[in-house]
Structure formats: C-alpha cells, structure tokens
Design a protein. Sequence first.
Length: 255
Amino acid sequence: MISRQLSKIQTNKDELVNDIVEYSHRCCQSHTTRPSLPLITHCEQSFGYLLAKLKVDSNDMSRASELLASIPLGTRSVIGICTGVFILQTVLTIPTSPYVFCARNVLYLHEFYRIFTSCIFHGGLLHLGFNMTSTSAIGSMLERRCGTARFGLTVLWGILLTSAVQVAAAFLLVVCAGYEGLMNQRSVGFSGIIFQLSVLEANLGPPGAVRSVYGLFQVPAYLYPWALLIALQILLPQISFVGHLSGILVGTLQL
C-alpha cells in the first residue's frame, strides 16, 4: 500500500501534501477495524496534521513574501535595519540609554554617533511596530515617486538635519531663556524622519487632496503632518514633540 501511495507523489509541493494527508486520513479510518496498531495510526495521523498545517503556514509565508517584495528597496532596507537592531536589543539585552539622542551629549561630549543610533533604536515592540508600519506606508509611496537613490539620500539628510534642529533649539533655549530641559531631553526612534517623509509625501499629492486623521476628521493633505503632530501629542504626551516638530520643519525646507 505504501508503494502504491508513493507512486502518486507529484513534483508539485501542494499535490504532495494533499496525497500524504489523504493517506493519513485513510489510515485513521482503518484504525477502527485494526485497533492493534494504535501507535502507528496515531503517528500517521499526527504526521498528516503537521503537513496540513505546514501547507497553511507555507501559504501565509508566501503572502508575507509577496507583501515584503512589494515594498521598495530603500524602504525595505530601513525596516530591515530597525527591525534587526531591535532583535539585537532584545536578544543581547542591550540598554538604549547609551544610544538615545541627547542634545547635551551631542553638543558638549561630541557623541555624534547618537545622531544615527537614536533613529534606528526603539523603546519597545509597539514603538517599533507603529514606526515601521508608518515607514512602510509613507516611505513606499514616496520612494516610488522619487526613486530609491533619492529616497536614501533624503533619509540620511533628514537624520542629520532633524538632529541639528533639535540641538539648535535646545541651545537657543538655554542661551535666551536659561531653560535646560530640552538640552537634557532624551528621545529614540525613527518617528522624526517619518514626519519629515510625511511632509514630502503629502505635498506630492493632487491639489485639493484631503487626509483622514485616525478616521476622526479630515484635513487638507499639506496640513496632515501638523494635524498628526497635534493629535499624537494629545494622545501620547510623553513622546518627543520637538523631535517630531524638527522632522516637519526639515521636510518643509525640502519642498
């Protein structure tokens, strides 16, 4: 019986799975008339179940691969780098404090590496997920319009400029008002660059286009980043307002 069953195996992966699952079902049914082989029948049934599950999982993986392939190279690289860094953070239990952005450390201690590390590190899984989802949506649309090379330069330029704006704002507040809170503020994540990209993407749309802010209300597309900034600050007051504002200002300067 096994030789006859093996002869039915096809080169197609799905047909192979279907044949083995069908065979395991027949074995399971025959178990009622042959109770002397419970272990063999159980193994065959379990094997068939695992193969059926493998088929479903392979379909899910195929859809995930198609989705990933639809994301342009530059955007996919950003998502890959940030996700890879977060995996290393989690597996190696790397603390984020030495890598977050801090204007005082950058300005006075010359820890310029924080300009880059603060953008690719994230404070948690939800933080990473929200930022990478936004990057996938906004970055993909923008990259398809401007090309991968220009998109990559825009991201690198944005990392430098958003950090420069934050340092300048913190320094001016200390000099003009004696306020050092912003100088000591720490921030981490890719969201400042996302706001920069959102400004560029929103202004590439057709005249009169509108955007929905969390499905609550609509605003003109060119005002969407500003509305999003205010909405996020109300919902999550602990996030870096200046970091997001810096991204909007840098994106506006690039128009």
